[in-house]
Every structure is written in C-alpha cells, then in structure tokens.
Ligand binder design. Structure first.
Ligand code: SAM
Length: 327
C-alpha cells in the first residue's frame, strides 16, 4: 500500500512531536509547535535533549524534504496532527476552522477581491488554518496579518505560515484592545462567539451591551470594520442565530450605518453537531465613496458539500451572481 504525501508528513509531525512531548514533559500541541519550528529551521533547536533523542529526531527529519510537498499538503497534514492534539487535551477556545469552511471562504475572497496584491487580516487567527487555506488558494500577492490572544495557538499559526512559506505577520494580543495595524483591504475571521469579559474595554465600542457583558462576536465585527479601508470586504464565519439575539437590533443598525451586506451563505446543517452549532458566512463591504450595494445580496443555502450534483448547480448560480454584480 502506498502512503500519500499527507500521510507521510502527518507521521513525521506526529512521531517527532511525541518524542519531544516526552522529553520536554509538555503538551502535544506545544511539542508540535517545537517540531514544526525544527523542520522549518532545518536544525534541532531544543537544548538539553538526550543524545538518543537527537538521533531519533534527526533520522525522522532527514527522511523528508519539505520542498517536495505542496503548501496544501503541508497545511492538511499539519491540520490533522493539530486536530489530534486538540482532541487529546480539549480546551474550549481551541477550535480550528474546518477545511470545507476554509475552501468556501477562499472561493469568496477570490471572487470578491479584484486586486492582484492586498492585505488580509484575520483578527481571530487561532492556528492559522483558515488564513492559510485562503492564502494557499489565492495564488496572488497577499500579505496575511493574524491576531490571537492564545499564545499556543498563535505559535502554531507561526509554524504553519513558516512551513507553507506564506508571508504572514502575527500579533499575540487581545484583538479588542487597540491594534497597531494599518487599514487592510479585507478581513476574514471565524468569530469567537460568546461574552467578552472586559467591560471597560467594551465601553469603547458602539456595540457594547447596555447591561452586563457585551458579545465578543459583535465587538469583533466593529473592530474589524475600524481596521478596513473604505470599500474593503469582510468575510465572517458567524453563528446562524447572529441576527436573532436580544442584542441584534444594535448590530443591524451598526451594519446599516457602516456597511453593505453583500452575501449570506448558510453552511449545510450536516457539517455541524447540532442546529445550534450551525454557521454561515457573512460577506460585508465597508461603505465608501462610489461603493454601491448589489442589486440583490448573494443569499445562498448551501447543499451538503458531498452532494456533487446540487453543489455544481449552486456554483453555477453563484458564478452567475458574480457576473451580474461584480463583473
Ligand atoms: N480560524 C481559526 C483557525 O483556523 O484555527 C480558528 C478561530 S476560533 C473559532 C476563534 C479564535 O478566537 C480562537 O483562536 C481564540 O483564541 C480567539 N479569540 C477569542 N477571543 C479573542 C480576543 N479577545 N482576541 C483575540 N483572539 C481571540
């Protein structure tokens, strides 16, 4: 049986991370970040490893050459091994954006963005899986900028970007604090959903709650708009109930004042554990001079992505919308 390039890489990432995990007495994900950095740098960076461990690692590292793998093979292998680590040690904010969502987001960014070269911000970059999926599919000169409050996840994003040789700037901070990032052409984010505990910081936002904690996902939308150029596009993975909460009226108002709704694509229900967990992709455009609303927003209820026939039909419909509205 032949093994695929993704399996081959997965095995190297997995086995070398396990070796380092034991030696460093760390979590698997920390060890994964370390082994990824070793592979990228072409040397073993951890000091105080036993001679035998160094030998075992070297043997594994020497069995592959990163340049023989495509960026997507590297991303997919890294994604699988990261998922394995997340399952072993479950933490509520450790969620990676699945491939299917990433691919669709990449399609949308590719269709909406006309520039050959642009800057793309992900203020909830996590492991970087979503951002890398988009960058790998664009085949253009795009600078990625990622922010995340979680230091382990951002370390994985850093390794991910390095291994795939994607130009990405990363900031390890709370995205709702001031960001020292010049306005970008586009934003992409799988929004963290829930309450934002810092009421003092939330007070700086129009979308703060009148009483109690504000919704982090609302504040993320406002912060993203602040950092987008007029006419820039914003692509958000959102919970389906976004516009149904008790704070939705303020969000509606904010969107009406500052943005144009370009599209809302509901992801197929079978991609999620239950109805409450189901998500959509919301596409917004920041208002600006000469920016016109589409005749009609792209409103799509996606069929199961494995249903080839229905999916093909939907792609034709979407392509038609782009021809009529963005041609
Ligand atoms: N797209 C990411 C990926 O592919 O790995 C996953 C995004 S996950 C759904 C949401 C992310 O938001 C988490 O990585 C979490 O650490 C981050 N996050 C939550 N609150 C944050 C905050 N206030 N500032 C920055 N990042 C935050």
């Amino acid at each position: 049986m032949t093994i695929t390039p993704i399996e081959q890489l997965f095995t190297i990432f997995n086995e070398t991370a396990q070796i380092l995990q034991e030696e460093m007495d760390s979590s698997f994900l920390e060890a994964l970040a370390e082994t990824g950095e070793n592979i990228f740098q072409g040397s073993i960076l951890q000091e105080e490893l036993s001679e035998l461990t160094v030998k075992r690692l070297k043997k594994q590292y020497e069995s592959i050459q990163l340049s023989q793998f495509s960026k997507e093979e590297i991303r997919k292998a890294f994604q699988l091994v990261t998922l394995k680590g997340m399952k072993e040690n479950i933490q509520p904010n450790h969620q990676m954006t699945p491939d299917s969502v990433g691919m669709l987001a990449a399609y949308l960014v590719d269709k909406f963005m006309k520039e050959r070269s642009f800057r793309l911000l992900d203020p909830a970059v996590g492991t970087g899986n979503l951002l890398m999926t988009v960058l790998n599919h664009l085949q253009r000169d795009v600078l990625g900028i990622g922010v995340d409050v979680d230091d382990l996840l951002i370390k994985l994003a850093y390794v991910n970007a390095n291994l795939q040789e994607q130009p990405v700037q990363l900031f390890n901070q709370d995205s709702l604090e001031p960001l020292f990032i010049d306005p970008v052409d586009a934003v992409i984010a799988d929004l963290p959903v829930g309450y934002y505990p810092n009421d003092v910081r939330a007070a700086d936002y129009q979308l703060k709650a009148d009483k109690g904690h504000s919704y982090a996902h609302h504040l993320f939308i406002e912060q993203s708009v602040r950092h987008t150029k007029p006419g820039g596009y914003l692509f958000f993975v959102i919970p389906n109930g976004l516009f149904e909460s008790e704070q939705a009226a303020a969000l509606h108002e904010f969107i009406k004042e500052n943005m144009l709704i370009q599209g809302l694509l509901q992801l197929p229900a079978n991609m999620f554990k239950n109805k409450q967990a189901a998500k959509s992709i919301l596409v917004l455009q920041k208002q600006g001079e000469g920016i016109k609303a589409p005749k009609q927003a792209l409103l799509v209820n996606l069929p199961s992505l494995t249903n080839r026939h229905e999916m093909d039909k939907m792609m034709v419909k979407m392509d038609q919308w782009f021809k009529e509205n963005k041609g």
